[in-house]
Design a protein around this ligand. Structure first.
Ligand code: HT7
Ligand code: ZN
Length: 844
């Protein structure tokens, strides 16, 4: 496959002035008629005219009304064109009913739907399918279906047709069309300047009862973007459609967002608190793209983080504002360490702005999204809130309607602050997670902190330069009082010393507060100091972090030296659990352990070979010890966390349920499932139903409840996804593969639907001890299914290959078993470009 390089970027030689499309919908033979007004760019001399196009049947093509016979290749079309402006017309036929890859125009449960990001529009018609080509679109949809939608504003409709016009120039990846037998949940929003916007959430009949929360989240997002970023919506309608077959979470098409059903549909009976929070965040994310992504888009796909990093950062700000900021931050860091750190420290490592790719779909990664958002957070911290706000205002004013680069983005910050950001820019080009080593010194009232940074080699990158790292630090006195407020140290050299004078006693440093940079802190702090921070740190993030470090060290001691769980950790967590002044959601997080996969990473980092079974046993033992330690507290906490009011998925209630669920898990370890069974019997919301069922299964009970759950929810595909997933994620290590295998034979295992495929194979890869069970059967099962899915849906297959990315951490036997599966996948005839690229990078 061909490799595309950032350095080879060249602009398209033509402007596109106007696009007119007519769709005559038919499942196997949809006709797409296009009329596109092109004009050679004034400065381009006889540029080549190439239009992307894949899997299209060309019926007719014409230029300025004259039929032509263009040259067709596997990837597109070329032809001679006149100088100046001209109209290109084409009529093509496509087959949405057989489009299982879910890119371009496809069908899901009888509904037509598009997904064009990144390069799906070329499967709809011939076009310069690149984000720097922007145009207005006018679309007519002809079809015998009640709902016919496209981007922009509706201009006309009648029996069997609808017309839409999108006045905002956009790249083709933001094009969308939806047609089907759908029902609308409608509302409206009045923007700050008085524009009336019709809001519709279109769903399959039967799902009407799951729309209210998503609609409310949309309205709150619209208001927040006005209040916080001064961004107003710019069309008369905003439509969202829920679709069951979808490769990712959602898509921000202009005025017509398309959502995976799982990312928008929710009711208290069928969705958990975590589902509600995720839905709220994804709705906000897609809506915020209207400005950061749509009005200002990317020049090329290497700049993906320009819209994704910024929009993730914005949606995190929103969630922090409407829920709890520390709880959101801790959750994001847990997620970053679980998904982005392994990527950044393994064979798939790539810069936030990659420099080459074979298949761009493989670069919608945690590095581009989540590390990209961390980079924005660091920038904001370094320049300050006021300058950040001014820089964003300038960005919107200067670049509205443009396709931009990271250079454009950083320039607005340089112009606003007068600061030179070339060292900071290394965050976009150097892959890998920096390590920051901490050394301390104390004497004569002066505390010194020496920070040294290093950045490990990564694929294609060695001998990296020091980064500009903001390290937020506060100092605590011996009684726990804060003797120095949080300040941001700017680490720019390989090694740098920072001094704090005039201190009465040796302080305890709280370093990397709020996780001010995505780095690994190497701080040889004593357990006593960690326990002190756990008890006293005034920064909630670092207080949690101290608990996490203590838990990690406790587990490592158990795994490597057979130690018993330390009382300092157990006492520390217990006093947090007991502290009614603390938010229940925060307390629940404080009681959490690092994941088994994270522990494997820590061991590997220390030069040890992780034994998945030993890690699993230690985690189980520590959970049991924690339950016993908290025994006396559990009944009181259980009753305190009961929610008697009617269900609300807000931070207050969901926090209580989250701590209630921790209490239930602990109690189940002590009472064998008595409380969990009674909670299950009276559960009236999915959060409680699932947590009590999970507790029972973990205790080796709950088979009756599991069967009853299936009977109750058989007709609800989103709940049945949970039913599949729970069984695999909670299976004992030696049962995991068998459970997953059996479920893949279940009549409801509709493997071509990505949500269902992921509901079984995702938890298989995430069940650390089960996936890495020494016999290698789980590796083989996953590989079997990836090989089967690849010809049907390459994008989802390729993403799931990342389950193997950490393979070099493990012992020689496991490595050999994984290598054999990766080589088997690689040797599959006609393997997709997507999967070929992923497997070869992992094997490299
Ligand atoms: N911008 C979107 C990314 C995306 C996508 C979404 C659905 C299916 C396929 C996709 N390929 C790329 C989603 C987002 O980040 O908001
Ligand atoms: Zn996005």
């Amino acid at each position: 496959p061909q490799t595309i390089y950032l350095k080879d970027y060249a602009p398209f030689g033509f402007d596109v002035r106007e696009v007119n499309l007519i769709f005559d919908l038919a499942p196997n033979a949809t006709r797409v008629t296009s009329r596109i007004r092109f004009a050679a760019k004034p400065d381009a001399e006889h540029p080549d005219f190439f239009l992307h196009g894949e899997q299209l049947k060309l019926i007719r093509a014409a230029i300025d009304g004259q039929e032509i016979t263009p040259t067709l290749t596997e990837t597109g079309l070329t032809c001679d064109v006149p100088d100046g402006a001209f109209t290109f017309e084409a009529e093509v036929e496509i087959d949405p009913a057989n489009n299982t890859a879910l890119e371009g125009l496809y069908m899901s449960n009888g509904m037509y739907c598009t997904q064009c990001e990144a390069e799906g529009f070329r499967k709809i018609t011939y076009y310069p399918d690149r984000p720097d080509v922007m145009s207005t679109f006018t679309v007519r949809v002809n079809g015998d279906l009640p709902v016919l939608l496209s981007n922009g504003n509706p201009t006309d409709s009648g029996e069997g047709f609808a017309e839409w016009h999108d006045p905002w120039p956009k790249p083709a990846y933001l094009f969308a069309l939806v047609a089907g037998d759908l029902v609308a949940h409608s509302d409206h929003f009045t923007t700050v300047s008085g524009r009336e916007v019709d809001l519709n959430l279109y769903v399959r009949p039967g799902d009407e009862g799951k729309c209210a929360f998503g609609m409310d989240a949309l309205k709150r997002s619209m208001k927040w973007d006005e209040d916080v970023y001064g961004r107003e919506y710019d069309l008369d309608v905003f439509n969202i459609v829920a679709v069951d077959d979808f490769n990712m979470g959602a898509m921000e098409n202009k005025g017509l967002n398309v959502f995976n059903s799982s990312a928008v549909l929710a009711s208290p009976e069928t969705a958990t608190d975590a589902n509600f929070e995720r839905i709220e965040a994804i709705i906000a994310h897609e809506y915020f793209h209207n400005w950061t992504g749509n009005r200002i888009t990317c020049r090329d796909w290497f700049q993906l983080c320009l819209k994704e990093g910024l929009t993730v950062f914005r949606d995190a700000q929103f969630t922090s504002d409407v829920r709890s900021a520390p709880v959101k931050r801790i959750g994001d860091v847990i997620d970053l360490r679980a998904r982005q750190f392994p990527e950044d420290n393994g064979p798939l490592a790539h810069p936030v702005r990659p420099e080459s790719f074979q298949e761009i779909n493989n670069f919608y990664t945690a590095t581009v999204y989540e590390k990209g958002a961390e980079v924005i957070g660091m920038l904001k911290r370094l320049v300050g809130d006021q300058a950040y706000a001014e820089a964003l205002d300038l960005y919107f004013a200067r670049h509205d309607g443009q396709a931009c680069t990271i250079e454009d983005w950083l320039k607005v910050f340089e112009d606003v602050t007068g600061r030179e950001l070339s060292q900071f820019k290394l965050w976009y080009s150097q892959a890998g997670t920096p390590r920051v080593k901490v050394e301390e010194d104390w004497g004569d009232g002066t505390y010194s902190l020496t920070l040294s940074q290093s950045l490990p080699d990564s694929p294609g990158q060695v001998d990296k330069q020091p980064m500009h790292i903001p390290v937020a630090v506060g100092l605590l006195g011996p009684d726990g009082d804060e003797v120095r407020e949080t300040q941001t140290l700017e680490l720019t050299e390989a090694r740098q010393t920072f001094r704090f004078d005039g201190l009465a006693a040796k302080p305890t440093a709280s370093i990397l507060r709020e996780f001010s940079a995505p780095v690994i802190l190497e701080h040889g702090v004593s357990r006593d100091a960690q326990a002190f921070l756990l008890a006293h740190d005034t920064d909630p993030f670092n207080r949690w972090s101290a608990a996490r470090v203590l838990a990690t060290e406790t587990l490592i001691g158990m795994i490597t030296d057979g130690k018993t769980p330390g009382g300092d950790y157990l006492d520390g967590v217990l006093s947090v659990l007991r502290n009614d002044d603390l938010d229940p959601a925060y307390r629940a997080l404080m009681a959490g352990l690092p994941t088994q996969s994270e522990l494997a990473g820590v061991l590997a980092d220390r030069g040890l070979i992780p034994d998945p079974m030993a890690i699993w046993r230690a985690s189980e033992t520590l959970k049991q010890a924690m339950a016993q330690h908290a025994q006396d507290l559990l009944p009181r906490l259980h009753s305190q966390m009961r929610v008697d009011a009617s269900y609300r998925p807000d931070a207050e209630q969901s926090g209580k349920r989250s701590l209630g669920s921790v209490v239930l898990s602990m109690t189940t370890r002590l009472d064998g499932g008595e409380l969990a069974a009674s909670e299950y019997a009276k559960s009236d919301n999915m959060t409680l139903q699932l947590s009590s069922l999970g507790a029972l299964l973990r205790a080796g009970k709950g088979q009756e409840e599991l069967a009853a759950f299936y009977d109750q929810w058989q007709a609800d595909r989103l709940v049945i996804d949970k039913w599949f997933g729970l069984q695999v994620s909670l299976a004992e290590p030696d049962q995991t593969c068998a459970v997953a295998q059996k479920l893949t034979g279940h009549p409801d295992f509709h493997w071509k639907t990505p949500n269902r495929f992921r509901s079984v194979l995702g938890p298989l890869a995430m069940n650390h001890a089960g996936f890495h069970h020494g016999d290698g059967t789980s590796y083989a099962l996953l590989a079997d299914w990836l090989i089967r899915l690849d010809p049907v849906n390459p994008q989802t297959t390729a993403r799931m290959c990342s389950a193997f990315q950490t393979w070099k951490r493990y012992d020689a036997d496991r490595q050999a078993l994984i290598r054999a599966q990766l080589e088997r996948i690689a040797a599959t005839p006609e393997l997709s470009r997507d999967t070929t690229e992923m497997v070869s990078r992992i094997l490299d």
